[in-house]
Design a protein around this ligand. Sequence first.
Ligand SMILES: [Zn+2]
Length: 189
Amino acid sequence: MKKRFYPSPNHEPRSEGIKYIIVHGTWMESDKEALERLSCPKAKVSCHYYIDKQGKLIQLVEEDQVAWHAGVSAWRNDVSLNKNSIGIEISVLPHEKFLECQYETLELLLKDLLNRYSLSLDAVLAHSDIAPRRKDDPGRGFDWGRLEKKNLAFKNNGSIDPLNPKSLRAFGYVGEDEIILEAAKLRWR
Ligand SMILES: [Zn+2]
């Protein structure tokens, strides 16, 4: 894929295989501000890929390195998902719409990653899925249905009841009932 590089020093060697792809929204005003933060040693945050406001793809961390995007997180039997995930940040504010050009780039990237790492569709998760309540990105404005239709995210054909904590836990959510119900609402509404 066509991409630019904006190397971030915020990474460490990867010792586990890649199991998840985590989608984020930056919640930041400008690309400049976001890219500076994602590569500032003091901030200790980063991501592998960044999709800017023009839909351009920028790589900050090599895939064989762990980037610091997930923070305190859990899914199924995994905790601290930085170690076994790829992080994608999309430049957007909480109440802004994700742009057509951003979806187009994201879709190409997801297709490539899902293929290369032989991942199933339920590997594609929101930051809010793995850090419920603590994080709410990419948020309500993110169109999961669009990814589902293109076979780039898990489609719930009734196997998951988003109003039933037990069902959500079987899918992968970790946490108290109220908290995971809240997170599921961001994705299935
Ligand atoms: Zn995030």
